[in-house]
Design a protein around this ligand. Structure first.
Ligand SMILES: NC(=O)c1ccc[n+]([C@@H]2O[C@H](COP(=O)([O-])OP(=O)(O)OC[C@H]3O[C@@H](n4cnc5c(N)ncnc54)[C@H](O)[C@@H]3O)[C@@H](O)[C@H]2O)c1
Length: 266
């Protein structure tokens, strides 16, 4: 059997990817790497203006094309619409990255029920709905596919004031395995990446440079706890996603790659 070259393994030309929450943070990092590898990418996000900025950057860099779409990952109509948009615009849907997620902290004894439902709706139902819509399309296409969830190390170990979030990411990890089992016969792999602390707008660290003054002590405390002594960059996560989206992982499914600078080891 002739083995593919390294270039061929990571060449996503002709593939179409859909990245939820792809406007900023980890999602934007993923969009950029997938497009650089040649994939056409639909950037689905609540925040259309930010999604359009990311798309503009991608489209001025060569590689695959990107397209922005306003969509709520927890809304079934939006999920159906952006899935169809990917197929209508680029001809197929081959890679889904379920990245959209929210993580408002709240102590368990004080957590508001509506907030808890919202977190479960976006982080769990969003992943379920998008995966189901994408998998149906991939089965119809008959060429297999890649579904990649962004979980969290909080799915393995609680970090405090995040019972709702930790539950949602535990669910994402089990959905990774359960979906992988059912979709294997269709050549669709389902894997997850579990980030540790990553500098993003959501963690209050903007593009990853300097944190606002009031967050500095907390940011430093987390940094000191991480064996590699630094926060992750969105590209640390994007490179793991690229690996899972590539032809280098044809036989890997139901797995979770932890990308956390060694934090879970402690
Ligand atoms: N940053 C971290 O330290 C970290 C650690 C572990 C896991 N994660 C996970 O990584 C993912 C991305 O995190 P981030 O830090 O980049 O977040 P972020 O808040 O910086 O960006 C999230 C993006 O998702 C979009 N979004 C939010 N709700 C949405 C919805 N309902 N539908 C569509 N888009 C929506 C936002 O508009 C934004 O563009 C999340 O699933 C998060 O749980 C992040």
């Amino acid at each position: 059997m002739a083995l593919p070259s390294i270039q061929e393994l990571y060449d996503l030309s002709g593939k179409t990817a859909l990245v939820t929450g792809g406007a900023m943070g980890i999602g934007a990092g993923i969009v950029k790497r997938l497009a650089e590898a040649g994939a056409n990418v639909v950037v689905a996000d609540l925040d259309l203006a930010s999604a359009e900025r990311t798309v503009q950057e991608v489209n001025s860099n060569g590689g695959g094309r990107a397209l922005a779409a306003q969509a709520d990952a927890s809304n079934p109509d939006d999920v159906a619409r952006v899935t169809q948009l990917a197929v209508d615009t680029f001809g197929s849907l081959d890679i889904l990255v379920n990245n959209a997620g929210i993580f408002p902290p709240a102590p368990f004894l004080e957590a508001d029920t509506n907030m808890v439902r919202k977190v479960l709706d976006v982080n769990v139902m969003g992943v379920y709905l998008h995966s189901q819509a994408a998998a149906r399309q991939m089965v119809k296409q008959g060429n297999g596919g890649r579904i990649i969830h962004i979980a969290s190390i909080d799915g393995f170990r609680p970090s405090g004031n995040l019972v709702h979030y930790d539950a949602s990411k535990g669910a994402v990890i089990m959905m990774t395995k359960a979906m992988a089992l059912e979709l294997a016969e269709h050549g669709i792999t389902v894997n997850a990446v579990a980030p540790g602390a990553v500098a993003t707008p959501g963690t209050g660290m903007g593009g990853g440079e300097t944190a606002p003054e009031e967050l500095k002590a907390q940011v430093q405390g987390i940094q000191n706890a991480i064996p590699m002594r630094r926060w992750g960059h969105p590209d640390d996560i994007a490179n793991a996603v690229l690996y899972l989206a590539s032809a280098g992982t044809t036989y890997v499914t139901g797995e979770v790659i932890v990308v956390d600078g060694g934090w879970l080891l402690k």
